[in-house]
Design a protein around this ligand. Structure first.
Ligand code: NAD
Ligand code: UGA
Length: 341
C-alpha cells in the first residue's frame, strides 16, 4: 500500500511512521513536512521517501495522485496560536488542507482526516457522540474557535464529497493524545506547547505550573500507542468498516481535571533523580485565562468521548492508564535513569 502522510514529521506522524516501519513492511510511505527532526532516524529506511514541502505555498498534487491512502496531518494544533495568529491557523488548517482534499476527490483517493475533539467545543453532553452531539462554539471575538471551525468545516466538506462524489474517507477525532515527542520540551514559555509538555517543561526549567482558570477543566488523555493502534485499524479498513465513518479516538477512563494532572505530573517527577529537587520546589499556581492566553481565549470545561463506535466497529479499546502514559513520557525523556518508581 502506498501511504502518503502529510505533516508526517509531527507527533502523530512520527509515531505512525515508526509503527508502519516496524509492523507493515509491505507499505511504501511518502512523508511530506517542513520539519524532519522527530523522524530523522527513520528516513534511511528503504520504505520511506521524505519531501520537505511547505503545503501552504506549494502543490502536492503529484504526491496525492500517486498514493493509495492519504493522511493529511499538517496543522497548527496549539491553542495559544489560535489566539495569537488565527489567520495562520486558517491558512494551514483549513485552506491548505482543503486543496489536498480536492485532489483526493479528483484522483479518488482514500482520505483519513484528523478532525478533533475540539469540534464538539462547549457541547454539554456528558460523553460526545460522533453522529449525534452538537458542535458548539463561542463568539467570533473568541479566536480560539478558529481551529475548531476550520476542522469542522473540513469535516463537513469531506462528508459532502462522500455523499456526492463517493469519496472514501474516515474522520478520526483525537482526544488529547499524549506521548513522547508531543511538543518541544525545551521551551518553557507559557502556551508554547500542549498541556502535558507544558507542565513538564515548567518543572524542568524551574518555573511555576500555571492552572488556567483554577484547573477544574476535564480532559480525557489518550496514550499515543493506543491511538496509533486505532489509526492502523482505520488504515487497514477491514471489510470497509471505517469507510465514511467518524470515530472518536480517546480514553474516557483517563478523564481528569487539569489540576489533578498537574499534581500527578509533579508527584511522578519526584521519582526521577534528575527532576526530584526541581519537582519538590515547583509551585502550582492559578492564573486568569485572559492573562495566560489573551482575550480571544475561551475554555472547554469538560471533554469526554464516547468510544462505543470505535469499540464496536473497529474492535479497538484503549488500555494505557494516564499514570502509565505519563511514566512512558518521562522514561523517554530521562532514558530510564530513574530511581525506584
Ligand atoms: P504536530 O504539530 O506535532 O504535527 C504537525 C506537523 O505538520 C509538524 O511536523 C509540522 O512541521 C507540519 N507542518 C506545519 N506546517 C506545515 C506546512 N506548511 N507544510 C507542511 N508541513 C507542515 O501535530 P500532531 O499532534 O501530530 O497532530 C496531527 C494532526 O492531528 C493535526 O491535524 C491536529 O490538528 C490533529 N489533532 C491532534 C491531536 C493530538 O492530540 N495530538 C488532537 C486533535 C487533533
Ligand atoms: C487541544 C488542542 O486544541 C489540540 O491539540 C487538539 O485538537 C485537542 O485539544 C485535543 O488534543 O484533543 P486543549 O485540550 O484545550 O486543546 O489544549 P491543551 O493545551 O492541551 O490544554 C488543556 C487544558 O489545560 C486547557 O484547559 C488549558 O487551559 C489548560 N492549561 C494549559 C493550563 O491550565 N495551564 C497550561 O500551562 C497549559
Amino acid at each position: 500500500m502506498k501511504t502518503l502522510i502529510v505533516g508526517g514529521g509531527g507527533f502523530i506522524g512520527a509515531h505512525l511512521l515508526e509503527e508502519i516501519l516496524r509492523n507493515h513492511r509491505n507499505w511504501q510511505v511518502t512523508v511530506i513536512d517542513i520539519n524532519s527532526e522527530k523522524i530523522s532516524h527513520l528516513l534511511l529506511d528503504k520504505n520511506v521517501k521524505f519531501f520537505e514541502i511547505d503545503i501552504v505555498r506549494n502543490s502536492i498534487e503529484d504526491h496525492v495522485s500517486d498514493c493509495d491512502v492519504m493522511l493529511p496531518l499538517a496543522a497548527i494544533a496549539s491553542p495559544a496560536v489560535y489566539v495569537t495568529d488565527p489567520l495562520r491557523v486558517f491558512e494551514l488548517d483549513f485552506e491548505a488542507n482543503l486543496k489536498i482534499i480536492k485532489w483526493a476527490v479528483k484522483y479518488q483517493k482514500r482520505v483519513i482526516f484528523p478532525s478533533t475533539s475540539e469540534v464538539y467545543g462547549m457541547c454539554a453532553d456528558e460523553e460526545f457522540l460522533e453522529d449525534e452531539s452538537n458542535c458548539v462554539t463561542g463568539p467570533v471575538s473568541k479566536q480560539r474557535w478558529i481551529y475548531s471551525c476550520s476542522k469542522q468545516m473540513l469535516d463537513r466538506v469531506i462528508y459532502a464529497h462522500g455523499l456526492k462524489n463517493n469519496l472514501d474517507y474516515t474522520l478520526f477525532r483525537p482526544f488529547n493524545w499524549i506521548g513522547p515527542k508531543l511538543d518541544d520540551i525545551s521551551n518553557p514559555e507559557s502556551g508554547s506547547s500542549r498541556v502535558v509538555t507544558q507542565f513538564l517543561s515548567n518543572i524542568i526549567h524551574g518555573k511555576d505550573i500555571k492552572l488556567v482558570d483554577g484547573g477544574n477543566q476535564i480532559r480525557s488523555f489518550t496514550d499515543i500507542a493506543d491511538a496509533i493502534a486505532a489509526l492502523i485499524k482505520i488504515i487497514l479498513n477491514e471489510n470497509n468498516c471505517a469507510t465514511r465513518q467518524i470515530f472518536n479516538i480517546g480514553n474516557p477512563h483517563n478523564q481528569t481535571s487539569i489540576k489533578n494532572l498537574a499534581q500527578e505530573i509533579v508527584e511522578l517527577a519526584k521519582k526521577y533523580d534528575q527532576l526530584k529537587s526541581l519537582a519538590e520546589k515547583t509551585k502550582i499556581i492559578e492564573i486568569d485565562p485572559n492573562e495566560y492566553y489573551g482575550k480571544g481565549y475561551q475554555d472547554v470545561s469538560c471533554r469526554i468521548p464516547s468510544i462505543k463506535k470505535a469499540e464496536t466497529v473497529l474492535q479497538w479499546t484503549p488500555t494505557v492508564s494516564l499514570r502509565e502514559s505519563l511514566r512512558k513520557i518521562m522514561d523517554d525523556l530521562f532514558k530510564k535513569n530513574a530511581s525506584s518508581r
